[in-house]
Ligand binder design. Structure first.
Ligand code: R5P
Length: 293
């Protein structure tokens, strides 16, 4: 794992990233130093910064909390605490926030893990906290942070693909705002898939307003996890006579056979950011970081 530093005026920033693409893109602005994450034989984690850290006054930590989530969370806590011991002021960017989908109590007596994690982060003295395309803004609010969006970067990516009369589609009404941002950036149309119950055991899913026949569609969401949501959406769109169906999200968890499921559904392309590195993470979050500082 690498730490980058950047001098801007009299400030210095550090980022800790596991995405090689984003690190490469930041290299021109950021000076790299090392931070070591190791494991003791009993499984406990260990964090040590390069001694160059002693010159630092203010930093930005970028730590994405994907699998193994709990390990990444502990690394983050150890980093923050060690840096605070050195009296370094910290900004924190969490590209993928773990547990954000457990944002409320769905069943009695269960933990609201997303909010619990936010509260834990709040125990540390941190100047500014950022998330990216958080599943539920309540989690960002609970950590007194600001949520940033990768949707403009997704729009740039899709624009370069020169799609045919593209329609940006949200897989459900809840994610419509994201589709809208992408569409507005591309000067394209947007829609969402609506579920209508026809009989007790039949539901019909189709685009709410727009006929996508002979047009290309990009479905955008915050997360692709098992791929179930996207696969279903793709099948519906293909039935409607849509040409290409592209499926993308900010956070590509791509659990177990998600890729296979999407391929079986006829998806023409999978895309997303490197908030979670994967073979489909073609969009670097470097620009979000560059714009922040
Ligand atoms: C759910 O509300 C999220 O926005 C995503 O649609 C969901 O996490 C995707 O999960 P999966 O890929 O397992 O269908």
């Amino acid at each position: 794992m690498i730490i980058c530093t950047k001098f801007k005026g009299d400030l210095m920033f550090i980022t800790s990233l596991s995405s090689k693409t984003t690190l490469e893109k930041l290299k021109s602005d950021f000076k790299l130093i090392n931070c070591y994450f190791e494991r003791f034989p009993d499984g406990e984690g260990y964090v040590r910064f390069d001694e160059k850290v002693k010159k630092i006054k203010e930093i930005l930590i970028v730590q994405s909390l994907y699998y193994p989530q709990d390990e990444h969370i502990m690394q983050l806590f150890f980093m923050i605490d060690a840096l605070r011991d050195l009296n370094i002021k910290i900004d924190l960017l969490i590209p993928y926030m773990a547990y954000a989908r457990q944002d409320k109590r769905f069943k009695d007596w269960e933990s609201v893990s997303g909010i619990s994690l936010a509260k834990m982060i709040n125990q540390f003295e941190i100047e500014r906290k950022y998330t990216v395309d958080i599943h539920n803004i309540n989690v960002t609010k609970a950590m007194k942070g600001e949520n940033l969006s990768a949707m403009p970067l997704i729009a740039d990516y899709l624009t370069d693909l020169k799609l045919k009369e593209p329609v940006i589609v949200s897989p459900d009404k809840g994610s419509i705002e994201r589709a809208k941002i992408v569409a507005n950036h591309m000067d394209a149309e947007f829609d969402y898939l609506e579920k209508t119950r026809i009989t007790g055991d039949t539901v019909e899913i189709k685009p709410k307003e727009i006929n996508t026949k002979n047009r290309d569609v990009a479905i955008v969401d915050d997360i692709i996890s098992t791929g179930g949501t996207m696969a279903k959406a793709c099948e519906v769109l293909k039935r409607e006579g849509t040409l290409k169906v592209l499926s993308g999200a900010t956070h590509l968890l791509m659990i177990s056979n998600a890729e296979e499921k999407l391929n079986m559904a006829g998806i023409d392309r999978i895309f997303g950011t490197d908030s979670i590195p994967s073979k489909f993470s073609d969009i670097s979050i470097a620009n979000i970081i560059k714009e922040l500082y």
